[in-house]
Design a protein around this ligand. Structure first.
Ligand SMILES: [Zn+2]
Ligand SMILES: [Zn+2]
Length: 353
């Protein structure tokens, strides 16, 4: 069922979902003429990624690829020999370096000799993980977790099983086509303005078709999930939450509220500005919880996890939770709402001044 965007004006503050269910495995949904939506499975708590095919004249421009694992490769074989048969891929646009988005690129490019479009930092980040996967378990990662108060056993589990998903890629070509914010991509008969945003990944690519009010949001704005915003050991003082909020503000300024949002997870929706407001509130609530906890005494990032996440976490989630809490802490340090606390045990803690 397709709900017309005009209905949005009668229900401000509500997200509107034109499709109440995702495509079945191995099948496609045409979200608008010449744009197909496919859902691929992920072996995580977040159990799917949404990818799109845009009519590019003689074939399809693919936006994101799914993981580089065996199940995804099998799913791709069924798609390419089934519903997509007869029209080749013309290019692959990978929105960011996370393996659920770029992981199957190497596999697909073995079948189709087409260019890979990425932002420079996303391409280099993905290439780096592929060329040097051991770095994710290296000493600087261990130290990063330990110095922020994570215990040795949890640290060990996070740097091994917690980082394993980052390696689920099938490789990258040695050359690529760089896309930069402000570029205009012609895909078939459509023009897309390229936007990039930080926070969830360094330079995530989003595509906006003004003429048809379509917005490929990648993971930057999702209907149900708050995109993960993580500090990494490589940039331990980084402010990804600050970059993320800056990006949301830019999207609110530059993209009209009545676009159809085609995201990397969850259902497509109308209500971009409403969802952006919810995401701001979500991060404000987390900052408030952290501030309250720190008023009772100095806390490390690891100690703050329990104040932000009530549920029990597996190593994969623990890695995300830790890095996400630290993102809030680093943001609040820069805002001056938290201050570093004196430490006698080598563990970094923060306090509410
Ligand atoms: Zn992502
Ligand atoms: Zn994703």
């Amino acid at each position: 069922m397709q709900i017309k965007p005009s209905l949005l004006s009668s229900s401000p503050g509500q997200l509107v979902f034109p499709h109440l269910a995702p495509p079945e495995p191995g099948s496609t949904i045409e979200v608008t003429p010449g744009i197909l939506w496919v859902r691929l499975a992920l072996p995580f708590l977040l159990d799917h990624v949404d990818i799109y095919l845009v009519d590019d004249g003689g074939g399809w421009a693919l936006i994101d690829t799914g993981l580089g694992d065996r199940a995804t490769k099998t799913a791709w074989q069924h798609l390419l020999d089934g519903p997509l048969r007869g029209r080749p891929l013309t290019r692959i646009i990978a929105t960011h370096f996370h393996p659920d988005h770029v992981g199957a690129a190497g596999f697909l490019l073995q079948r189709y000799d087409v260019p890979l479009y990425m932002a420079a930092t996303e391409y280099l980040q993905s290439l780096n993980i592929h060329l040097d996967p051991g770095a994710l378990e290296a000493e600087h990662y261990r130290r990063f977790y330990l110095e922020h108060g994570l215990d040795a056993e949890t640290t060990q589990r996070v740097v091994t099983s917690g980082h394993a998903y980052l390696k689920l890629t099938s490789g990258l070509p040695p050359t690529y086509h760089r896309v930069v914010a402000g570029d205009v991509l012609r895909i078939g008969g459509r023009s897309f303005q390229v936007l990039t945003g930080g926070g969830h990944s360094p330079e995530e690519v989003m595509l906006f078709c003004r003429a048809e009010k379509l917005f490929f949001a990648a993971d930057q704005v999702l209907a149900r999930i708050s995109p993960n915003v993580s500090v990494t050991a490589v940039d331990p003082d980084g402010d990804p939450l600050g970059y993320y909020l800056r990006s949301l503000n830019a999207l609110r300024r530059e993209i009209p509220g009545d676009v159809l949002v085609l995201p990397g997870h969850n259902l497509p929706f109308y209500g971009l500005h409403t969802r952006i407001a919810e995401l701001f509130d979500h991060h404000q609530v987390r900052c408030d919880r952290i501030l309250q906890a720190c008023r009772a005494g100095p806390k490390s990032a690891a100690e703050l996890i329990a104040f932000v996440f009530a549920r029990k976490l597996d190593p994969h989630q623990m890695g995300f939770a830790f890095s996400e809490v630290l993102a809030h802490v680093n943001y609040m340090l820069r805002q001056g709402t938290l201050a570093p606390a004196a430490s006698s045990d080598g563990i970094g803690r923060v306090t509410a001044p």
